[in-house]
Ligand binder design. Structure first.
Ligand SMILES: C[S@@+](CC[C@H](N)C(=O)[O-])C[C@H]1O[C@@H](n2cnc3c(N)ncnc32)[C@H](O)[C@@H]1O
Length: 229
């Protein structure tokens, strides 16, 4: 009998991602260490997982960790760009985490018919491009989290659906796209801190006609919505 390899620990943002996934077949795009897929399989949240990596170093690391965990029959590690190495309809859901929102949006836009019906996304900066993509592409926001860390990490759970996304109902669109409809309704202390930090950063930059002015007005609108702390 060989030694049991310890289950990898996840940082709080990936723990939050893990808790939003429970399907038969899942793909983790840009997995690097493959810790998330290993935990998904070990915890019985996913039966089969595809790992996609673009760069040789992280690809080798993912293969090494999957082999070490003796999960080669459950986790298929593939080299390639974004959703490209997947067959259309092959997985029920995908996660893309730890990258800029623009990079993640690019992966989804290039994905075409390979984008699965369920997604969990964790950008390292403003998720606004992902919320905009979701509205154009027919995905509804099912859940949002804001996870404390080096900075507040947003986590978005999306599902393919029809019609307007009810998450945005009765909310000003610019504030909801920037700060998140579910997060605004929840109104956590961390979200308030984030919006106040935006107000402080944008105030000296704002002037009529400047983007900073519009962004400042959006931040102030969001604070008004949240009301007194
Ligand atoms: C910062 S790491 C994040 C790793 C892990 N997902 C996490 O959240 O801890 C980003 C990873 O995405 C990979 N990557 C970047 N663009 C990619 C793409 N278009 N397709 C597949 N992998 C990509 C990089 O090689 C890198 O390993």
């Amino acid at each position: 009998m060989g030694r049991t390899v310890p289950t990898p620990a996840l940082d709080p943002r990936l723990e939050a991602v893990l808790n939003l996934i429970r399907v038969e077949t899942h793909a983790d795009i840009g997995s690097d260490h493959a810790h998330l897929p290993i935990r998904l399989i070990r915890e019985g949240r996913v039966r089969h997982c595809v790992v996609v990596e673009l760069h040789p170093g992280p690809l080798a690391l993912a293969r090494h960790n999957v082999n070490r965990a003796r999960l080669e029959d459950r986790i298929d590690v593939r080299e390639g760009d974004g959703l490209g190495p997947l067959h259309p309809g092959e997985v029920e859901s995908a996660s893309v985490t730890g990258m800029g929102a623009g990079t993640i949006a690019g992966i989804l836009r290039r994905g075409g018919g390979r984008v699965p019906p369920a997604l969990v996304l964790q950008p390292n900066d403003s998720p606004l491009p992902l919320r905009s993509w979701a509205r154009e592409a027919g995905y509804h926001l099912r859940a949002e989290r804001l996870i404390p860390g080096y900075w507040p990490y947003p986590v978005l759970q999306l599902e393919s659906s029809h019609g307007p996304d009810p998450a945005y109902a009765n909310l000003p669109l610019s504030a909801a796209l920037r700060y998140g409809p579910h997060l605004l309704r929840e109104g956590s202390a961390l979200l308030r801190q984030k919006i106040w930090a935006d107000v402080v950063r944008l105030t000296p930059l704002a002037a009529p006609g400047r983007t900073a002015q519009t962004e400042l007005e959006t931040a102030q609108e969001a604070l008004t919505l949240l009301g007194a702390p």
